[in-house]
Design a protein around this ligand. Sequence first.
Ligand code: AMP
Length: 241
Amino acid sequence: MNRSSVSRNPQSNNGDLRKMAIVLLGPPGAGKGTQARKLGARYNFPRISTGDILREAVKNETVLGKKARRYMEAGDLVPDVLVDAIVKARVARKDCASGFILDGYPRTIHQAEFLERILSGKHKILAIGIRVRNDVLLDRLAGRWTCPKCAKIFNADSRPSSGGSSCDECDSPLVHRKDDSASIVEERLLVYHKETEPLIQYYQSRGCYAEVDGERPVDKIYRSLTGLLRAGKPNRHSTVA
Ligand code: AMP
């Protein structure tokens, strides 16, 4: 797709003036964070990552962090009530006024229903699944390094930082997330298939779900995503190669 043909305002092409809530769905390691950062920069939408917010809370030993820590370390979901409160407060902020990107939320049907309630029809939800097979995810997560400061994501094999063991964007030392260790990753994938995958059906039944193949290079996936946003509303069950 010709980059210049992609509108900076993804709503403007179909005349729907409602704001956009872009929900990126996919298992851990599918590339949601990387794509959310790119889309956020392009459309000037904030990226809301519940995982990043929770990790920050754990690091700072806040009340929230103390409550969330044991679930995160075990690879389990943090209780809905805690993440719902994070998202409710975050989407109420001014920078979400024209749209935002959710990375890692909702992860349960309850959270999806909660999101619908707090948006109360003012935002048009567009859920996009990034599809990647389990064995590919396991390999990716084993080599994943993240920047704790700017959240940029690298892979030791396929996408190393040109700054070596530091982030090539902000120079912070990269970290390998504790929950990316093999045993915890297995648990996170099980949790994903049990709790989060049903959201595909949930959004399909609302006619606002599309899927992209997440096993391609980052830029190709990104082009598929911008194509879907340009269209504004995915066709029911639409899949983009
Ligand atoms: P992530 O960085 O999105 O993979 O999230 C890291 C961890 O934070 C997850 O394994 C969960 O323990 C927790 N977490 C993040 N988002 C949610 C959510 N929407 N619901 C429940 N737990 C979450």
